[in-house]
Design a protein around this ligand. Structure first.
Ligand SMILES: Nc1nc2c(c(=O)[nH]1)N[C@H]1C(S)=C(S)[C@@H](COP(=O)(O)O)O[C@H]1N2
Ligand SMILES: [Mo]
Length: 540
């Protein structure tokens, strides 16, 4: 009996310690969130540790995460960090069972890790960024020390009660409840405050009236959009537009205080622009398809939008920049965002007459925050990671020899023109279309070159010309469709495109890294034998 009860006491005490650890962890996090809201929301411990993890994740793992978790990759990472923190907090609580000081020291260690991550972030605003993690850790260590003492009356010399129940147990529970309430309040207050911080940016976006373009895009020509169920719409709605970036908290930039600095090698007249100054310039409006280098063959990471922006070449020319072909000193344009992302594009490409722009509008509205408000860069024909800088704030002219931007440091190619590609949107993989006429349809793209031909092949049959929708411009994707007479059995449908230079899309499979995936997209479908039961599921 004595065994059982002492065992039970130990288990209970361990449970209380674990709870102490968890509460200490929650307090640390809540205090950190509150401090971050006051200092700088982007300096919160989960954000900075997550950011540090993202920057150090090998490309293959990043690609896997994007493929597996899609747009939820960042949420999964944040939840993972929280779960790990929770487990460590519990472990520290149990450690405090034997070694009270060691438990508290463990919490402080986490504070040091958070502070180190905050200070090492490329967008760190200086020593103050360490404050949230440090304040959180101090609060967490104090809570652990106090609660661990109360959970363990045997450890406190003045306690008369050695059974672990009665008044001291109640004392612990009261202290625990008070801690939980305080942590919840601090956390909630932190959330509200950091939300208010973004309010200035939201107000500035709501107040923004986009001027009419000096050079409007023509209405999307009739025949650009095919009437086929399941095909990607020619213009991707903002809510469906893919998002790829490393930002754990979306930068909330106030348009009123935003500035763009243009400077560097071979810039005789460096300048800083306000948003109003940009909006007073003649704007162009263009339909442009943006593609991510991480898009697998057949993948979802591209979209087509109507962008409004300032021609970038004009801005560069105003500052005295010349392209290398005209004797310019710089061959690389490095765009830097407010969150310190760096992307490098060839100066020659930006100034060769294509519609490279600093975009302020997307599908008729100011840029959404997710897509770079107030200003982002776009260079048709280049993958996003070398051109499409969101939340841009600095343009520096330099050379490819002198500087490697973010993704290039991580083994992606220095130069990355978009590869000629095509995708089958319908039927979907493993669909079960009825025998008879089936419309195969999708999109093909080769920004800057345009699409002149799309061919479809059923199984090992001959390549057949697909019907092309009207081409809106060389910088957009082009829809295509193919009327297939489906016969019963399993079939592989394959597509390939030819671009405006006559290049046929290569069959050669390449991975996304280093400069974009290649190969043909194919889809396997099964056409059921029984004409009476064409679709999935049992007949009723
Ligand atoms: N500041 C910033 N800009 C960025 C990125 C980023 O991580 N941070 N990612 C780039 C990449 S890889 C792509 S494909 C495009 C995606 O733009 P979207 O999210 O608007 O679709 O943004 C580019 N611009
Ligand atoms: Mo990308």
């Amino acid at each position: 009996m004595a065994h059982v009860s002492s065992f039970r006491t130990t288990v209970t005490r361990a449970g209380l310690k674990a709870l102490s650890g968890l509460l200490a962890g929650c307090t640390a996090l809540a205090v950190a969130v509150l401090t971050a809201a006051l200092v700088r929301p982007a300096a919160g411990p989960v954000t900075v540790v997550g950011g540090a993890v993202i920057d150090r994740t090998p490309a293959a793992v990043k690609d896997f995460a994007i493929r597996t978790f899609k747009e939820h990759d960042k949420l999964v990472l944040q939840l993972g960090i929280l779960v790990l923190l929770g487990l460590f907090a519990i472990a520290l609580g149990i450690l405090a069972l034997r070694h009270r000081r060691a438990g508290a020291a463990g919490v402080l260690l986490f504070g040091i890790i958070g502070a180190a991550a905050a200070l090492s972030r490329p967008d760190s605003a200086g020593a103050a960024d360490a404050l949230p993690s440090v304040a959180g850790a101090v609060a967490g260590a104090a809570v652990l020390h106090i609660l661990a003492g109360r959970a363990d009356p045997t450890g406190t010399p003045h306690s008369a009660d050695r059974s672990g129940s009665g008044p001291s147990r109640r004392g612990f529970l009261n202290a625990a409840a008070a801690t939980a309430a305080a942590a919840a309040t601090a956390g909630a207050l932190g959330q509200v405050l950091s939300g208010q911080r973004g309010q200035g940016a939201v107000t500035s976006r709501n107040a923004l009236r986009l001027p009419a373009p000096a050079s409007p895009a023509p209405a999307v020509p009739a025949g650009t959009q095919l009437k086929v169920d399941g095909i990607s719409p020619f213009t991707t709605p903002v809510r469906d537009f893919y998002r790829v970036d490393t930002a754990l908290s979306v930068p909330m930039v106030d348009a009123g205080t935003w500035r763009l600095r243009l400077h560097g090698k071979g810039v005789p007249r460096p300048r800083t622009y306000t948003l109003d100054e940009l909006l007073q310039r003649p704007l162009i409006e263009r339909d442009i398809t943006l593609t991510c280098v991480s898009n697998e063959v057949g993948g979802p990471y591209l979209g087509n939008a109507r962008w409004l922006g300032v021609p970038l070449a004009d801005l560069l020319a105003e500052c005295g920049v010349k392209p290398p072909s005209k004797g310019g000193d710089a061959d690389q344009l490095v765009a830097r965002s407010v969150d310190a992302m760096t992307l490098g594009a060839p100066v020659e490409d930006v100034m060769d007459g294509r519609d490279a722009m600093l975009a302020v509008g997307m599908n008729g509205e100011p840029l959404p925050f997710d897509h770079g408000f107030p200003v982002r860069m776009l260079v048709p024909g280049l993958y996003g990671y070398v051109s499409a800088c969101k939340w841009i704030t600095d343009i520096e002219l330099t050379t490819f020899d002198a500087y490697d931007p973010y993704w290039v440091k991580r083994k992606w190619a220095r130069r990355a023109p978009v590869k000629t590609q095509s995708r089958i949107d319908t039927p979907k993989p493993f669909a079960r279309p009825a025998a008879g006429p089936v419309t195969v349809a999708g999109v093909a793209w080769a920004q800057g070159r345009g699409i002149t031909r799309v061919e479809v092949r059923i199984d090992d049959g001959p390549w057949q010309d697909a019907d092309l929708a009207v081409q809106a411009g060389v910088d957009t994707w082009r829809q295509w469709s193919y009327p297939w007479q489906a016969t019963p059995g399993g079939h592989t449908i394959t597509v390939r495109a030819t671009d405006g230079t006559g290049q046929v899309q290569t069959e050669q499979r390449a991975r996304t890294i280093p400069d974009g995936a290649s190969g043909w997209h194919s889809v396997f479908v099964t056409v059921p034998q029984n004409p009476g039961r064409p679709t999935q599921g049992p007949a009723r």
